[in-house]
Design a protein around this ligand. Structure first.
Ligand SMILES: [Zn+2]
Ligand SMILES: [Zn+2]
Length: 338
């Protein structure tokens, strides 16, 4: 049976009728499948939740009391029956534990990909295309202007700047779940073996990534010295902090900071300028325009449903490629971790 007959858009989010559950609902529900731990996909107040073990760990760490009351972990590739639906999780390559959700019911197959990217990421499993009738895709960077350069190029630019300004401190804004740990892991891969200083808001997620085997090297707290006196050891150092902190007084207490930000939005020069970003790094955990289109080909689903982001351009391009494409106009998803 075609998924359009058993999957509905409701105010709470995508609803799977024969399983009586939602995927990434925007408010607390009795039963949900959660793709990953970013706050717009993993809300507080759910009861039964199926997700990867890592996503459930993120939910516990971030939501506390609001974490799912009846969590159930599924491994990638393990089939879990919910009502009359077979549910299987596959890697989405977005952040630690991020999954695509394959749902099968009476011969019909739909995949909800959540957020995803196609590039290698040392902190999570790589996206796998899964054949299906309907592919549900995000469109965060669904405009031809968004093309992410190789991550190594951006890391090289950062390290080059550190070399040029040995007395200054480079502070990089990066989302606390996913981007921060990926940035640190990529800096290690790029040869930066000195301690990396981190804002306190990143500590819990760094620890969780470590527990799941992601090597981040030596990390130290980046707290400024007493009375706002800059710490000597932060000269020439790299500091990673949440994006909110780099625009804050907190960052100004660092020794002559070079303000950097790691985000797909840094492709937009105006956006970097407005944010006071001196060194924009185009590093994203979402598919860029080419990856979005490539993924439609790789998955090969005749129907494409587009969730959040810039739906119109992707819908248009998908139609030109011969897909039936529909914008779902789901609301309530912001762009955490872009
Ligand atoms: Zn996300
Ligand atoms: Zn999202």
């Amino acid at each position: 049976m075609h998924p359009e007959r058993w999957v509905q858009v409701r105010p709470e989010g995508l609803y799977v009728i024969p399983g009586e559950f939602y995927v990434d609902p925007v408010c607390g529900v009795a039963r949900a499948v959660i793709t990953h731990g970013h706050s717009d996909h993993c809300r507080p107040g759910h009861q039964a939740v199926l997700a990867t073990e890592q996503t459930l760990a993120v939910a516990r760490a971030r939501l506390g009391e609001g974490a799912p009351t009846r969590p159930q972990a599924a491994a990638f590739g393990e089939v879990v029956r919910i009502g009359e639906v077979d549910v299987t999780l596959f890697p989405a390559g977005h952040v630690l534990g991020s999954a695509q959700v394959l749902m099968e019911h009476r011969g019909g197959r739909i995949v909800v990909s959540g957020d995803y990217k196609r590039r290698a990421d040392p902190t999570c499993a790589t996206f796998e295309p899964v054949p299906c009738d309907v592919f549900v895709t995000e469109a965060t960077f669904g405009l031809p202007v968004f093309r992410h350069p190789p991550v190594q190029d951006e890391i090289t630019r950062l390290l080059h700047s550190v070399e040029l300004f040995p007395e200054r401190c480079h502070v990089v804004g990066a989302y606390s779940l996913g981007k921060a740990q990926r940035l640190i892991a990529e800096l290690r891969a790029g040869g930066w073996d000195r301690p990396i200083f981190v804002h306190g808001a990143l500590a819990a997620m760094n620890e969780l990534y470590r527990r799941y085997g992601v090597d981040l090297g030596e990390l130290r707290p980046a707290t400024a010295g007493t009375k706002g006196e800059p710490r000597k050891e932060l000269e020439g150092a790299i500091v990673v902090a949440p994006p909110s902190a780099i625009a804050d007084r907190w960052a100004r207490r660092l020794p002559d900071p070079v303000i950097c930000q790691a985000s797909g939005w840094m492709r937009v020069k105006q956006r970097a300028k407005q944010g006071g970003i001196e060194l924009p790094l185009v590093i994203s955990d979402h598919a860029d325009w080419d990856e979005l289109l490539q993924t439609l080909d790789d998955v090969g689903a005749p129907d494409v449903w587009i969730t959040h982001g810039r739906e119109e351009a992707l819908q248009y391009a998908a139609k030109l490629k011969g897909f039936r494409a529909e914008a779902l106009r789901l609301v309530g998803y912001d762009e955490e971790g872009s």
